[in-house]
Design a binder for this molecule. Sequence first.
Ligand code: OSB
Ligand code: MG
Length: 369
Amino acid sequence: MKIERIELRHVKLVLVSPFVTSMGTEYDEEHIIVRVDADGVTGWGESVAEGTPFYSYETVPTAWHILRDFLIPSILGKDISTVDEAIAGYAKVRGHMMAKAGLEAALWDALAKTKGISLSQMLGGTRKKIDVGVSIGIQDSVEGLLKKIGGYLAEGYKRIKIKIAPGFDLQFVEAVRKEFPGILFQVDANSAYTLDDIGIFKKMDDYNLLLIEQPLGYEDIFDHSKLQRELKTPICLDESIHSLDDTRAAIELDSCRIINIKPGRVGGFTESKLIHDYCASMNIPVWCGGMLESGIGRAGNVALASLSNFTLPGDISASKRYYKEDIVEPEFVVNPDGTMDVPTNPGIGVEVNMKNLEKVTVRSESYKG
Ligand code: OSB
Ligand code: MG
């Protein structure tokens, strides 16, 4: 597959409602859409670097710089037949996982299209439908949260995740459990606590949570092992895991018993698969996280979540939960039974709506081989 042209688009999508976490409030989501034209097919990827360096050090400008000055020059004009060959070409670049993942995703899509198979099939997926959950930001009131959860459960979502932060934790957890005793329910702290807060997590241990996501430091593995030792509830790491090596360290130290895999955070589908396979061999369940992606990134997450060890519902929700209009067709919907269909058409399996993509594009640049 000869890489003829690569295009980057800085996009800005306005969320249907603000998303509040321990990291701040997001009103819109800025990402980079990567387009690769090769051998008469077009591959699409989404780099989930955001407008702010609050979840990750990467931002749209840092990812753009790494893509334009290092990653794209390493493959432009080349003839590649596997994604591994492309990765080998930029293996010298350290870190910048979100920049790498956006380009890798576009290459996976293009290669799958040249072979006429779906991305799910190309990644080794086995499911035709995946179980999906929803991630809910911090709400002003307990009543407001319960109402939101009731609405999502009525739409079919199989698992509820709420964001927590100091001062916005136990009272919400307690109220949700009381109102919805039987649901799959988990919390995500986005690194808002320290080991000094162990008392809060010991209390949380009584609410039969599916997991507690990233309670401590955003690069930490060691303190999480001390916390996990004191809890029955599994800890799940998100921010701290950037690679298979991080995963091995976290599992061997018993820092967590579940892993959230986000392709953007670990450099792409290739590393995601390695983490997935290792976790399967260690009996560690994984689930697919989200970064408020547009339909392009969402399609990749859906394909990834079709692999067999993605046994817990992911943060993969319907397009309309995030955006009034998606930039793909058809948009992603949740079935009444809380599943989402894995697209079967070649590559990501959905079409990019060029009119909508144009509307959300802030800046674009293209490079020719
Ligand atoms: O920590 O999982 C997270 C969104 C942006 C950044 C970090 C996170 C999230 C979410 C939303 O929780 C997941 C989604 O629905 O895309
Ligand atoms: Mg998280």
